[in-house]
Design a protein around this ligand. Structure first.
Ligand code: SDX
Length: 389
């Protein structure tokens, strides 16, 4: 376990930590990532135990409230989630009139619109922040599913009261009730992506909430941050790379050429994990199962070969598969198009963003780092435009 980092006065240590690499910016009880041991913990529970025994609804409650819910708490919480997952006509219209937009951009816009329409967000009080945050945890998966539905040319589907959040993500995407196996796989994917330390999108939500802005703004910042290919956008690109390589025999050459050109192989490497990402292990098991079931063994064999090649070449530098390498294959098997994979990531991470934003602002300190000025010191003389060459 890491010893408690000492608080330093930045004025003493005049060092630049680019990308805040290795810098601890807050204390948290929400979740813990052990990069050396390859361990992920939510409020003290190992991710393996949660994905084995729990559900996304329970995990979202755990992250936000700090304990697993009892029956009454679970009932009240899932009622809020279910009610929130019925989208307003305005949000439905936004999605259907902008179905050409990139799903993550459209999701970001929908969350922003919700915030613009919620008067509680104008002067967000603590209780309102939590209420709005829980509603977003219920709403965002429904928005993501509806975006996929709109892109497939279907009509809006209301959530079914007898389905879980995972089940409704599939149902509201396709209009068809999912089989139990698909619902289970979706539920585990949602649990696996819910929280992950001070990752870039979570950090951006903390920066936003630290100004005492509202939770809609914090999650809008987070979604925009997650969109980048170095973060949540990697799952879409990882699957596209595996599909482009096509078969195991092509792997050595394609990966070798890319590394030669210093290109990053999507789905590998991590700022914290220097061993195999524990989430990737679980997702790899599903990827193997679903590709066998739907006759796409070649896709999995190609991915396996990419993994073997990357570990052989870069494993000594601590570069292993991360959560994004196999997740795309699993979502593809559930019928999702690659361009919506990041939005699915956001559907789950909404609970981690809300949990950490509420935790941070309860013992708030405005984020305001410094930058080292390396420009001309001046003062330079002002020359009017007429005299400039
Ligand atoms: C997520 O932070 C989180 O927790 C994020 C996340 C979450 O749940 O929120 O886990 C989700 O974002 C997972 C990461 C998804 N992104 C990718 O898969 C994109 C590919 N990965 C790389 O871009 C990279 O590994 C990062 C961005 C993830 C981490 O980069 P770092 O810590 O800034 O390390 P770096 O880019 O400085 O790389 C160090 C070395 C470099 O080589 P040298 O210059 O020292 O010779 O490792 C090499 C890099 O070139 N390297 C890779 C590589 N990742 C690192 N080389 C090839 N392919 C890669 N994927």
């Amino acid at each position: 376990m890491h010893e408690n980092p000492k608080r330093i006065n930045i004025m003493e240590a005049n060092t630049i930590y680019k990308g805040l690499e290795g810098v601890t910016v807050s204390e948290t009880k929400v979740g813990f990532v052990d990069g050396e041991a390859g361990r992920l913990v939510y409020r003290g529970y190992n991710i393996e135990d949660l994905t084995e025994h729990s559900s996304y609804e329970e995990v979202a409650y755990l992250l936000i409230n700090g304990h697993l819910p009892n029956a009454k708490e679970y009932q009240d919480f899932t009622q809020v989630l279910r009610k929130s997952s019925e989208l307003s006509k305005e949000v439905v219209d936004l999605i259907w009139t902008h179905s050409e937009s990139h799903p993550t951009s459209l999701l970001r816009t929908a969350v922003s619109l919700l915030g613009a329409n919620d008067r509680r967000a104008d002067h967000a009080l603590d209780k309102d922040q939590k209420d709005m945050g829980m509603e977003l945890v219920g709403k965002i998966p429904a928005i993501v599913s509806s975006i996929r539905r709109a892109k497939d040319g279907g009509k809006y589907v209301s959530p079914s009261p007898e389905l879980s959040m995972a089940g409704n993500m599939l149902y509201q995407s396709t209009g068809k009730k999912p089989d139990k196996t698909s619902e289970r796989i979706m539920d585990v994917c949602l649990m696996l992506h819910a929280d992950h330390g001070s990752n870039a999108s979570t950090f951006s939500s903390l920066v936003t909430i630290s100004t005492l802005s509202d939770i809609y703004s914090a999650l809008t910042s987070a979604i925009g941050t997650l969109k980048g290919p170095l973060h949540g956008g990697a799952n879409e690109m990882a699957l596209k790379l595996i599909m482009k390589i096509g078969k195991p025999e092509n792997v050595e050459k394609v990966i070798g050429d890319m590394l030669q050109k210093k290109e990053k192989i999507m789905g590998f490497g991590h700022r914290v994990y220097k061993v195999y990402d524990p989430r990737a292990k679980i997702l790899k098991g599903f990827a193997r199962e679903v590709t066998q079931k739907n006759g796409k063994e070649l896709l999995f064999q190609t991915a396996q070969k990419v993994e073997d090649t990357m570990i052989m070449k870069l494993g000594s530098k601590g570069i292993f598969p991360n959560v994004d390498f196999y997740s795309g294959m699993v979502y593809d098997s559930l019928g999702f198009h690659p361009d919506i994979f990041t939005a699915i990531f956001a559907a789950s991470r909404a609970s981690g963003w809300v949990a950490r934003s509420l935790e941070y602002v309860s013992d708030n300190k405005l984020f305001r780092p410094r930058s080292s000025y390396i420009g001309e010191r001046g003062p330079k003389e002002y020359i009017p435009i007429g005299k400039r060459n």
